[in-house]
Design a protein around this ligand. Structure first.
Ligand code: TXA
Ligand code: MG
Length: 327
């Protein structure tokens, strides 16, 4: 890792000002940034990712004082959550202000807003002095990136500049809360749990209605490696790995409790036992196992408890996406 310095930040801000794309670290995952007021620049994000143009992108801000530039209705709920969790891994969906482009909102009347805490992201946002549209820095539907090297692998020449801030501390994307109404509505689970949101707001978190805003990270198939991924109980992981080994097939395993068996052709990763550690390593582990030339990736199912909700959400979508459904 190269340490990012002031000159790198200044260069990145200048590229963004002239309509270019800069990938930058956040505490959740790396983002692919462009000037959120510049339709052509945001259009280049969609082209680089291969993402459908009607999907909204999150606008990143230096601090909550800028909320009013982007939302015409900063609800009491939003103020409370922003005060408690920003800077940090929370995205708030709010009514958009006049002049916030359809190219950012996907044509909806809401906008996603987040103040990231990573020091490099914070310095970049201060230097740029405006909102940065930034989806996760990966090809559409694929595994998100948590290091600068993974961004380079994933996007190569499609991005003008990559700021290196080391490995993202959290490792999975922000919790997304629709804060347009009185009650918080959970659109995407993340590091901040339903309990965290309920404790901070004093309100029950609700599930989205059918007409809820679109969240592409909530598509059934997303965050997927190219290799088929199966989510299984520990004993089934071991059984299937043994069967595949007998057939001379290479198998990748992301294990939790299961002990590595003595088998030919295994690519084995023992994931951290706790949910935060597991999330921190998740995308790097999937990327590594995906590159191991195996027939299949077997993932040992983590516990189905609230603590593991965000990890299980990403694993289920990765399993759905790897089987070639929409992404
Ligand atoms: O942690 C994160 O949120 C990372 C970092 C880079 O900040 N960003 C991220 O962006 O995950 P992306 O585009 O990969 O996922 C953002 C999600 C998308 O699923 C998008 O549909 C949703 O946020 N979103 C953005 N604006 C929205 C809106 N106005 N209404 C509903 N969903 C929205
Ligand atoms: Mg994404």
């Amino acid at each position: 890792m190269t340490v990012t310095i002031g000159a790198d930040i200044a260069r990145a801000a200048a590229i963004l000002k002239s309509g270019g794309l800069v990938a930058f670290p956040t505490e959740t995952v790396y983002g692919l940034g462009a000037d959120a007021r510049d339709a052509a620049a945001v259009g280049r994000i969609f082209a680089a990712k291969g993402r459908p143009a009607d999907h909204p992108v999150i606008v990143h801000l230096a601090d909550a004082a800028q909320l009013a530039d982007w939302s015409c209705d900063v609800t009491p709920l939003a103020k409370k959550l922003a005060a408690r969790f920003w800077p940090g891994p929370l995205t708030l969906i709010l009514r958009r202000a006049a002049g916030v482009g359809d190219f950012v909102t996907g044509g909806q009347d809401t906008v996603g807003l987040r103040v990231p805490s990573h020091p490099v992201a914070a310095a970049l946002l201060r230097a740029f002095d405006g909102g940065l549209a930034a989806p996760s820095a990966n090809r559409f539907g694929r595994v998100s990136t948590t290091t600068a090297a993974h961004v380079a692998q994933e996007l190569g020449e499609r991005v003008d500049y990559v700021l290196d801030g080391g490995a993202s501390e959290i490792g999975i994307e922000s919790t997304i809360i629709d804060a347009t109404g009185e009650h918080p509505v959970l659109l995407r689970p993340g590091h901040l749990s339903v309990e965290d949101i309920e404790a901070a707001s004093g309100l029950a978190v609700q599930a989205p209605q059918h007409n809820a805003p679109r969240v592409s990270g909530a598509l059934a198939a997303h965050y997927a490696p190219a290799t088929t991924l199966l989510l299984l109980e520990a004993d089934l992981v071991l059984e299937l790995a043994a069967t595949l080994a007998r057939q001379g097939k290479r198998t990748a395993v992301l294990a939790r409790s299961a002990r590595q068996p003595l088998l030919e052709g295994l690519a084995w990763v023992a994931a951290p036992a706790d949910a935060s550690g597991y999330a921190h390593d998740l995308y790097a582990n999937l990327r590594m196992l995906d590159g191991a030339g195996c027939e299949v990736i077997l993932v040992e199912q983590p516990p189905l408890t609230v603590e593991w909700a965000a990890v299980n959400d990403r694993l289920m979508r990765a399993a759905a996406g790897s089987r070639g459904s929409a992404s």
